[in-house]
Design a protein around this ligand. Structure first.
Ligand code: AMP
Length: 115
């Protein structure tokens, strides 16, 4: 946990977040600047700066990000229509918050390639 990390602070509920799911390993909350009708960020509770910082032993937590995404897609009613999962890494990957997070986007058609 890092005091200067906004997602760590949301996980600890020290900063406001619209949390839709939380367990001992994973937290999910609505994006503050949604790019789609459903836009949820799924994060490990533990501070991992990004994909580039993953270590052997992190397989389980990474897998759980996807399983929680699948569960939330069902809860949000977009499992049948489809959705997009996005994980940005580093400056040219468009990462702006350096705490690993999976974007769950849905509720409208997604263009490809993204802009
Ligand atoms: P990325 O560009 O992949 O690092 O995505 C970071 C995302 O975090 C962006 O979509 C932001 O809108 C979102 N974000 C930043 N601060 C907050 C916050 N305090 N609560 C919820 N979402 C946030």
């Amino acid at each position: 946990m890092r005091d200067d990390c906004i997602f760590c602070r949301i996980v600890r509920q020290e900063a406001h977040g619209d949390i839709v799911y939380q367990d001992e390993e994973i937290t999910a909350f609505r994006d503050i600047n949604p790019k789609a009708p459903v836009h949820i960020l799924i994060v490990p509770n533990r501070h991992i700066p990004g994909v580039f910082a993953l270590q052997p032993g992190d397989e389980s937590v990474v897998g759980r990000l996807f399983l929680v995404a699948r569960q939330l897609a069902e809860q949000e009613g977009i499992a049948q229509s489809g959705y997009r999962l996005v994980l940005n890494s580093g400056p040219q990957g468009g990462q702006s918050v350096y705490h690993l997070h999976l974007h769950l986007l849905g509720g409208r058609p997604m263009r490809w390639p993204p802009g």
